[in-house]
Design a protein around this ligand. Structure first.
Ligand SMILES: [Zn+2]
Length: 111
């Protein structure tokens, strides 16, 4: 059993999470493989699944390939949910690499 490659906590398991982007004619495959704790495994699986469900269907071949990406993401999410809670303090209190970018600052208040 490894340690989470983001927060260095245990328990962690090896995950393979896929994302598919269909662009009518061309396709793009994104794959993450590495050790994650429960919290980061759930976060990454949901992030990949959400993007796949939006971006994966656009193309004739992509429509069918996307079912496989959705399946692997659901399996990763199920695997993450079965892990125990991570123990200890996170080694790096920074957001993971696959987190959504920070929101832009709010517009200035009207005067
Ligand atoms: Zn972690």
């Amino acid at each position: 059993m490894g340690v989470c490659q983001i927060c260095r906590r245990q328990p962690a398991a090896e995950f393979t999470i896929r994302r598919h982007v269909g662009m009518i004619v061309v396709q793009k495959f994104v794959r993450f493989r590495g050790y994650l704790c429960r919290d980061h495994g759930i976060q990454a699986s949901k992030d990949f699944l959400r993007k796949t469900l939006v971006q994966g269907w656009w193309g004739i071949i992509s429509f069918f390939v996307n079912f496989y990406a959705v399946y692997t993401d659901l399996m990763a999410l199920s695997k993450a949910n079965k892990l125990g809670p991570p123990v200890g303090r996170p080694a790096h209190p920074q957001p993971p690499a696959f987190a959504a970018p920070l929101a832009p600052p709010p517009p200035p208040l009207p005067v």
